[in-house]
Ligand binder design. Structure first.
Ligand code: ZN
Length: 220
């Protein structure tokens, strides 16, 4: 009986010594973390550590929800409505027009990013791209009528001489999740959102690929 008590005491003593040694070497703390124990219980030895450096607050860019990829290969041509206009495959309230009126570099860059988006599971519909001077003038005149003055109308539609749609360097992208995806590419493909009040309007400039997108302007 006495022999057993001595043995038990010895065992407890050795265990205590072992824990003491592990504690001073930090092994125990690591082991506790591996075991998933409460961090607070294992950090008593680091109370005297200096406080962590204050981190700079970074506003996170929302990430795209995971989407299943589309079928590999080229994106199918959009179906046509009864008037022969191309319907946006992911939202029939928008068009998905061809971009052959864009300037060559803009057209090539558009076809590239559209394919990248397609492979990521998104369709970038071109609700509007190249506009004729007459079409832009008609839009501007309608905006003047709606807003009551030329100055106010210019915050929503530019006159033909200033619109990059007329120059073949702008597209209006729909639906909104597609436009948001394109915005998050931050100019990598040469396309940038330009106006705070037009999340759908993107302009092409090859310099965006290396310089990134400029600050958003409040309105056109
Ligand atoms: Zn636009």
């Amino acid at each position: 009986m006495r022999r057993k008590i001595i043995g038990l005491t010895l065992a407890i003593g050795l265990t205590g010594a072992l824990i003491g040694v592990l504690g001073t070497t930090g092994v125990w703390q690591n082991a506790a973390e591996w075991a998933g124990l409460d961090a607070a219980a294992s950090t008593t030895t680091s109370r005297t550590s200096p406080p962590a450096e204050t981190s700079v607050e970074v506003v996170a860019v929302p990430t795209n929800p995971a989407r299943p990829p589309n079928t590999p290969g080229p994106q199918p041509e959009p179906k046509l409505d009864p008037n022969g206009k191309p319907i946006c495959a992911v939202d029939p309230s928008y068009f998905d027009k061809k971009v052959d009126g864009l300037k060559d570099a803009a057209e090539a860059a558009w076809k590239h990013v559209r394919q990248v988006a397609w492979e990521a599971g998104l369709t970038l519909c071109v609700h509007d791209g190249k506009r004729s001077t007459a079409a832009q003038q008609a839009e501007f005149d309608a905006a003047v009528a709606l807003h009551g003055s030329v100055a106010k109308a210019k915050q929503f539609v530019l006159p033909p001489g200033k619109s990059l749609h007329v120059q073949g360097l702008a597209v209006d992208v729909q639906p909104r999740p597609s436009a948001a995806w394109l915005e998050r590419t931050k100019g990598e493909f040469g396309w940038c959102r330009r106006y705070a009040n037009e999340p759908w309007h993107f302009e092409f400039d090859a310099r965006y690929k290396t310089q990134g997108c400029p600050e958003l302007l409040p309105h056109p």
